[in-house]
Design a protein around this ligand. Sequence first.
Ligand SMILES: Nc1ncnc2c1ncn2[C@@H]1O[C@H](COP(=O)(O)OP(=O)(O)O)[C@@H](O)[C@H]1O
Ligand SMILES: [Mg+2]
Length: 350
Amino acid sequence: MAREKIIGSGPPAGEDERKKRDWALRPRLLSEVIGQRRVAERLQIAVNAAKKLKEPLGHILFDGPPGLGKTTFATVLPNELGTSVQMTSGPALSKPADLLPFLTNLEEGGILFIDEIHRMPRVVEEFIYPAMEDFRIDIILGEGMSARTISMNLKRFTLIGATTRSGMLTSPMRDRFKMHEHLDFYSVEELAQIVTINAKKLDLPLSPAAAQELARRSRGTPRIANSRLYWVRSYHAGQPHLADGPVTDDIARAALDMQEVDREGLDKQDRKYLEILIDVFGGGPTGGEAIGATMNIAADTLSDEVEPYLLREQYIVRSPRGRIATPKAFALLGRGLPKPKADPEGNLFE
Ligand SMILES: Nc1ncnc2c1ncn2[C@@H]1O[C@H](COP(=O)(O)OP(=O)(O)O)[C@@H](O)[C@H]1O
Ligand SMILES: [Mg+2]
């Protein structure tokens, strides 16, 4: 069953490789979190207040693309509060009864983390409302004529939700969170700091220039920076003539080139997306569904994982009629510039 009670540190048993890496390199305290300064400051104040007032922390919703620190914040907060966290996810909760063991296991001030909360079915969502508002649940016993509802009081707790798509949450659900924190992409300097700290944790001698190179080529995303760091470490250790010296920027560059991460930090999938948009659809406007079908990738994956970074770096813009490649994307692929179809806001020229 997808339930785990975690106090303090330690990876959940039997998880896949990516999750193990995430755990190994995850900050433990707010002060160790790099970047997202405003978010961290607000959370620090909320934590201090909860401790001082002896109240549970208000419910918090984190949203943003994958790999930017939503789960990290959800594991840092219980450490800060000295409380336990139980972790589950929207898809694992198919009916209200699936939520019961979590709710009844809560300690006073404890945390329940629901990942991908936008994928929680409506019946579960409605079941959780009174728990969030009044720390109470209504359980229906029996069926038909003899059915009756009993109310059960819960310990006061904090719900932390994480989602890559806050737009898919219903507004009653969204309104029940006291804090909404949006996580944005990281700057190169912040990623360089993260990579440097994590190289130390891995006992890898990484030059500052190599850290910069990795940071520039990690799509603004700490999880990607970490996985590229692991690759650079293998590249370095796996070749006897390199393994004695430090990892220089030349070594980092060669390792990333070998992984087909280009000099702008875009990977194969990003470039494939742009190639299809430009070469197949003439630069758009094209719907995400059509691009996804041509790439053989779910449109959801594109809009969660690929497009946010391409949008933020202005390789594409969104318009009411679909995605449009910008001149920057044409230049990246070395294609001749077409007549512009939209201004940078995505307004189409007719
Ligand atoms: N602010 C941060 N500072 C340092 N490392 C971070 C930060 N945010 C994320 N990471 C690293 O990136 C990995 C992925 O972050 P995670 O919280 O799992 O992302 P999400 O839940 O948003 O997909 C973490 O294991 C951690 O090593
Ligand atoms: Mg996560």
